[in-house]
Design a protein around this ligand. Structure first.
Ligand code: V47
Length: 354
C-alpha cells in the first residue's frame, strides 16, 4: 500500500489492478490524496453554473432497466414538447440569468430528425449567448441509426444547428457484460467513445458520466474510468467527469445492495486520482443529494453542476431534484463548507466569484 500511495503522490498513472486496490485505503487517506490533487488544480474554488435542464420527450424505443424517465408500464405518461413550448421555457429561464441549456431526450422514433435539430437553431437565433449542451452520444447513435446517417453527419448537423457541447449521458458502465444486462440495445461502449472522439476532433468539448451503485463491481468502475482516461490522453476533449449515483425508484433494475456513503465518497476520490487528465470532477447534487455533494468537495470534487430549474430523468427515479436548487442556497452551501463558490460558464471560464 505504501508504494501505491507514493505512486499517487507522484502523480503516476495507475493500472486497473492498482486503482481497484485504492478502495482498500481508508476514507481519510483517500480524501487526503484526492484533496491534494483537487487543491493543486483548483485551490478551494468550487464551480457551478446557472442552467436549465430541458427533457423534451420521454418516448423511447429503448428499454434500459435503470430508467424511470421513459414512458412505459411504470411511467405511462408519454409526452413530446412542441418547439414553441421549449422556446417559452428558454425565454423564461433566460430572464432568470441562465448561461446554459442542457437538453436531453429519450429516443423517440415518432418524431423526425428535424424535431430533434431545428430547436437548437431557434434557441441560438434568439439567444446567441446561451450555451447549448445537448444530445448525448446515446441520442447521436439513435438518430444516426434511425435516420440512416453516419455519426459524423449527425455531429456536423448538430454544429450547423448551434449545439455548443455534448453532455456526458448514456455512458452508464462500459463493461460489455454489465452494459448488456442493464441497457441492451443502447449505444455500445466503443461507439459511445467513438462519438465523443469524433466530436472532440471537430474541436468541441464534452463531458463523461458513469452510472454506479447498481450491479457493477469496483473493477467495472475503474475499467470505465480508464477507458475515459485513454481517450482523454488522445483528444483532451472532456471537460468533466460525472459519477452518477444510481436512483432506484420506478424502474426495472433489481439491486441487492446499495452503495454506502463511504463507497460513494471513495468512488469520487478514486475518480479524482485516476482521471488526473480530466480537469473537473462533478459531484452531481441531483443524484448524490446536496449533503453528499458538499462533502465530496473534500474528496476531490470541484464542481456541483448547476441550478437546473427542472429535472425529470433522475427525479423520476427518486432524486429530489424536480425543481432544481435556488442559486442562493447553492452558494450558501458551498460557502458554509468553507469552499469558494465560483459561477462558471459551460467551458469553465469563471463568471463570478461569490
Ligand atoms: O444518461 C438514468 C442517468 C443520465 C438513472 O454532462 C440515471 O454535464 C441514476 O447525463 N439513476 C442523464 N442515473 C443525466 C446526465 C447528466 C447530468 C448532469 C450533467 C451532465 C453533464 C449529464 O442519467 C443518463 C443516465 O446515465 N440515469 N436513470 C437512475 N435511475
Amino acid at each position: 500500500m505504501k508504494n501505491l500511495i507514493t505512486k499517487v503522490e507522484k502523480g503516476e498513472k495507475l493500472s486497473i489492478e492498482e486503482a481497484v486496490l485504492l478502495y482498500d485505503l481508508d476514507i481519510y487517506t483517500l480524501g487526503k490524496l484526492a484533496g491534494t490533487i483537487r487543491e493543486n488544480l483548483h485551490g478551494r474554488k468550487s464551480y457551478f453554473n446557472i442552467n436549465r435542464h430541458i427533457n423534451p420527450t420521454n418516448i423511447c424505443k429503448d428499454i434500459c432497466k435503470f430508467c424511470a424517465y421513459s414512458a412505459n408500464r411504470k411511467n405511462p405518461n408519454p409526452y413530446t414538447m412542441s418547439h414553441d413550448e421549449i422556446m417559452n421555457i428558454v425565454r423564461t429561464s433566460s430572464k432568470n440569468g441562465i448561461s446554459e441549456v442542457h437538453i436531453v431526450s429519450a429516443h423517440n422514433n415518432q418524431v423526425d430528425l428535424d424535431w430533434y435539430l431545428d430547436i437548437f437553431k431557434r434557441i441560438k437565433n434568439e439567444f446567441p449567448n446561451i450555451h447549448i449542451k445537448a444530445l448525448t452520444a446515446a441520442e447521436v447513435h439513435f438518430l444516426a441509426t434511425e435516420h440512416k446517417y453516419s455519426y459524423q453527419d449527425i455531429l456536423n448537423m448538430m454544429i450547423e444547428n448551434g449545439v455548443d457541447s455534448m453532455p456526458g449521458g448514456g455512458a452508464e458502465i462500459f463493461d460489455e457484460v454489465v452494459r448488456d444486462y442493464i441497457c441492451k440495445g443502447k449505444v455500445s461502449s466503443s461507439d459511445w467513445l467513438k462519438i465523443h472522439k469524433l466530436w472532440h476532433n471537430l474541436g468541441k468539448k464534452s463531458n463523461a458520466t458513469m452510472l454506479f451503485g447498481h450491479v457493477e463491481t469496483r473493477k467495472n468502475r475503474i475499467d470505465h474510468m480508464i477507458r475515459l482516461r485513454d481517450l482523454q490522453d488522445e483528444t483532451g476533449g472532456f471537460n468533466a467527469f460525472i459519477p452518477l449515483l444510481y436512483q432506484s425508484e420506478n424502474n426495472y433494475l433489481k439491486v441487492q445492495e446499495f452503495a454506502t456513503g463511504i463507497e460513494i465518497l471513495k468512488t469520487i476520490a478514486i475518480s479524482r486520482i485516476v482521471l488526473q487528465n480530466i480537469k473537473n470532477i462533478k459531484a452531481y447534487w441531483v443524484t448524490s443529494t446536496t449533503n453528499l455533494a458538499i462533502l465530496s468537495q473534500e474528496f476531490g470534487a470541484n464542481d456541483l453542476d448547476g441550478t437546473i430549474e427542472r429535472e425529470t430523468i433522475n427525479s423520476s427515479a427518486g432524486a429530489d431534484s424536480k425543481n432544481g436548487i435556488e442559486l442562493k442556497k447553492l452558494v450558501e452551501l458551498i460557502r458554509d463548507s468553507e469552499f469558494i463558490p465560483v459561477e462558471r460558464d459551460s467551458l469553465y471560464n469563471e463568471l463570478k466569484v461569490y
